[in-house]
Design a protein around this ligand. Structure first.
Ligand code: XIL
Length: 457
């Protein structure tokens, strides 16, 4: 290992049934206790994710747990630089694509990890420096983010760029030696390539207010003040046997800068405190309205990179551990996000103004189809431009009661329940007369059946 970091109240509203004039009208429950991590998190407008090694997707014990409990995935290794660009300019997306299609088929969103990191650089990049490396790394960001455009909820654009210890400064690496502005250059390239993805900075040993987390805090504050596109900060949270008492306060101070926060690689050393620490981390996230989700770094203890630490929520046989119950209870007892949205807070493109009259009276139309399972669905919306084409479009979809949107691709959503408005992203707004484009979303509850309304600009 390259480094060792040792470091319910459940309110169930009864389903109300009423027999009116011989018609059974069933009201969806307004709130209930989720019985899986994914359901419990989604009820609170959040995701619960796992790092996946795609080689394990053929293991049925593994996949059964993954599909039942998680509604977000991240590639443990398959989207890293060494995997995606093994030779300069030669890209391999097979593992990443496999994970994305598994996610699509199972109503999961995808975190992208990681565009630039000083670890797991391919050998050719390790041997580079200066302006040649700078252009190779920005090209890497552009190519990979473009390949996965529209499919990634949030990218770890830069991973682990700050030094441990008391300096609060940058870590030395060949990336850093290309100039201190390498991080903002990477974020700008990622935004240009995939304007719909949230862009995160991700790091470890940031589990409280300390010199390292404060260094990152100052960078994020600077980025926000200068308009560098950053939407979120990931807290890896590879934890030992204690949790910093200011874990939540640290998340909150970042959220107060105007970025989302996410727990991105949670695992906790085994021992008496494991269940309590998992629960405390989950509660901290639930108490911060901009904490949009939690990812654990693997499924079963035996899947973990931490070897004998038994650091995860399921044992090697796939049984739930006490830590699992602790997390589930904390999710169910938590506070929901007031207005969950998949729209990045500072998109570079202005959403089309639906009150602008369409040029030449052109309109658009939309149809929706869905794959549903008990409690959830994935919907595909087809947008067709009218006779005048479109410069931009928005589609309003009315969801059945109790249904909420948990993820969107190739569009940006406003709202998550009731009538949800989906606007084009920058690459699919302009349509010629009769041209068709598709976007999609996943949700909890029942798939929409009403024909959506489409407005062109
Ligand atoms: C780890 C993987 O889990 C291992 O399979 C691999 O050998 C090394 O990387 N921080 C990160 C993750 O951001 O990418 C690392 O994942 C764990 C630490």
């Amino acid at each position: 290992m390259r480094r060792k970091r040792v470091l319910l109240t459940t309110v169930t509203l009864a389903v109300t049934g009423a027999l009116t004039a011989g018609v059974l009208v069933t009201m969806a429950p307004a709130a209930s206790a989720g019985t899986t991590l994914r359901a419990a998190a989604a009820e609170k407008g959040r995701y619960f994710g796992a790092a996946v090694a795609t080689g394990k997707l053929s293991n049925s014990t593994y996949t059964t747990i993954l599909n039942r409990e998680f509604n977000s995935v991240v590639a443990e290794n398959e989207m890293k630089w060494d995997a995606t660009e093994p030779q300069q300019g030669v890209f391999n997306y097979s593992g990443g694509d496999r994970l994305v299609s598994h996610a699509r088929a199972n109503g999961m969103s995808v975190r992208g990890h990681a565009l630039l990191w000083h670890q797991q650089e391919p050998g050719w990049a390790q041997n580079m420096s200066g302006s040649a490396l700078r252009s190779a790394m920005i090209n890497h960001v552009t190519q990979v983010a473009t390949h996965f455009k529209g499919q990634i909820y949030a990218w770890d654009v830069v991973n682990e760029a700050f030094a441990d210890g008391g300096s609060g400064g940058r870590r030395d690496s060949n990336l850093q030696r290309t100039g201190n502005d390498w991080i903002e250059a990477a974020f700008r390239a990622a935004r240009a390539a995939d304007p719909g993805a949230k862009l995160c900075y991700n790091d470890y040993n940031t589990d409280g207010v300390n010199a390292k987390s404060t260094g990152i805090y100052n960078m994020v504050r600077d980025f926000k003040s200068r308009g560098v596109p950053i939407d979120c900060v990931g807290f890896q949270s590879h934890l030992g046997t204690t949790l910093a008492s200011d874990y939540q306060a640290n998340l909150q101070r970042f959220a107060d800068l105007g970025v989302d926060v996410q727990i991105t690689e949670l695992d906790v050393m085994t021992g008496g405190n494991q269940a309590n620490i998992f629960g405390a981390v989950t509660r901290a996230c639930m108490n911060v309205s901009r904490c949009t989700g939690i990812t654990v770094w693997g499924v079963r203890d035996c899947d973990s990179w931490r070897g004998s630490d038994n650091a995860l929520l399921f044992d090697c046989n796939g049984n739930k551990k006490p830590a699992y119950d602790s997390v589930l209870n904390a999710l169910n007892a938590g506070t929901g996000i007031p207005n969950p949205t998949t729209t990045p807070p500072n998109p570079t493109t202005t959403p089309p103004n639906p009150t602008t009259p369409p040029p030449g009276g052109a309109g658009c139309s939309a149809t929706v189809s869905a794959n549903s399972w008990t409690g959830g669905f994935v919907a595909t919306v087809k947008v067709t431009a009218g006779s005048g084409g479109t410069r931009g479009w928005s589609v309003s979809v009315t969801l059945p009661g109790g249904t909420s949107v948990t993820g969107t691709w190739s569009a940006t959503a406003s709202g998550s329940s009731g009538t949800v408005r989906f606007a084009n992203v920058d690459y699919n707004g302009q349509l010629a007369a009769g041209q068709v484009t598709e976007f999609g979303f996943q949700g909890n509850g029942t798939a929409p059946t009403q024909t959506p309304t489409c407005t062109a600009s």
